[in-house]
Design a binder for this molecule. Sequence first.
Ligand code: GLU
Length: 444
Amino acid sequence: MSVRVRFAPSPTGFLHIGGARTALFNWLYARHMQGTFVLRIEDTDTARNTQEAVDVILNGLRWLGLDWDEGPVTSAADGPSKGAYGPYFQSQRADIYKVRIEELKAKGLAYEQDGAIKFRMERSPIVIPDLVVGNVTRELTDREKLDPDFVIVRSDGQPVFHLVNVIDDLEMKITHVIRGEDHLANTAKHLALFRAFGVEPPKYAHIPLILNIDGSKMSKRDTGASLSTYLEEGYAPESVVNYLYLLGWSPKENREVVPLKEVIEMFDLPQILRHNARFDINKLHWINGEYIKSMTSHRFNTLAADALERLGIAVRSYPPDYVDAALATAKEKVKQFTELPQFTAFYFKETVELEPGAQLTAADKESLAALRKAFGKLDAFNVEALTAALKQVAAERKVKMGALVHPTRLACTGSTVGPSLYHLLEVLGKEQVLKRFDRAITSL
Ligand code: GLU
């Protein structure tokens, strides 16, 4: 039997990092088993449904590369890159729910009370077999002992979460429900509903929660709670994915940077850790640095250009070769894409401003004038020629190379730190460098 899993988020306008990890684990399991990954938007709470809230989820999954495998075909290319199918929306499945509600009524397992429809719940404790947590016995609470039945359709006609969640899982032939441990408490109800429909329930795997580093529960406002902040904070999606699979799953050899392809080969549900995971932004920061180091220049340049554009630096209005060469000088320097402006903004500005506190002395300007002469004579404006020219000027003027390097960097970038000097000069090119020298020499 082929594995079918699903991610079933409610559109709240927010994709929690825990939700993203749930999606990832479902996707990984589907890819590992060569099964099917279904995306189902649980949007029966019509008051909260907006296109924006759905887009937050779709964009988040696309950013992470978690493509879903089926769904109703839509004319708009709503689906992941390869297909034109949207996710399933519960709001479009009311007819399916109606049939199933009638079925329960006909079986005497659902009845009306005060305008609502209630489900005749099982009376004895329910054992939940869980692939991560083990067998969990759900005893009835005192209130449930008096009346364990629960509402499945509200008096306004809205079917409730438990009912539609189960109907969809059975209609969609879901084989494994992988979801957050916060849903363990609902599972007895879900199992009873499956039995009421006369269907074998799926296997459950409830994954432990993600806590803050101090062990407290992560709230919406905590750093790193929302997936969208990772893009804004300058992380590559592949690092976030790597970081997420370490949160709650452990490759055998305790490695921390593991290529996705290998994870797909290894991933299995029993290896999901039983203890709560703790969120550690420093680890992500380190992982991102490792990914940046090993990613291709093409990938780096694409992500870096996106990040700079987002940060208001219009790199895409410059020739692509120039942008690539400029970004290449920053690749070894940054661990997070938000650090890029500090290293590359000067490439994409017509005039350089000195950073606060920095200044060029009269001696610096004399050095710059001497260098300008030497650089002006160069035919090949490359690292070797620039290094030789600077050396020669230093010897002629009997100064250390540092005494020339520092003002050169300031004149061309405005900053005391940045990419390797000779490389950045080569990228800027003769015309720009001489222009920047002239402006620095004549500045007050
Ligand atoms: N809509 C539910 C949620 O977002 C789905 C729970 C489930 O995966 O069964 O928590």
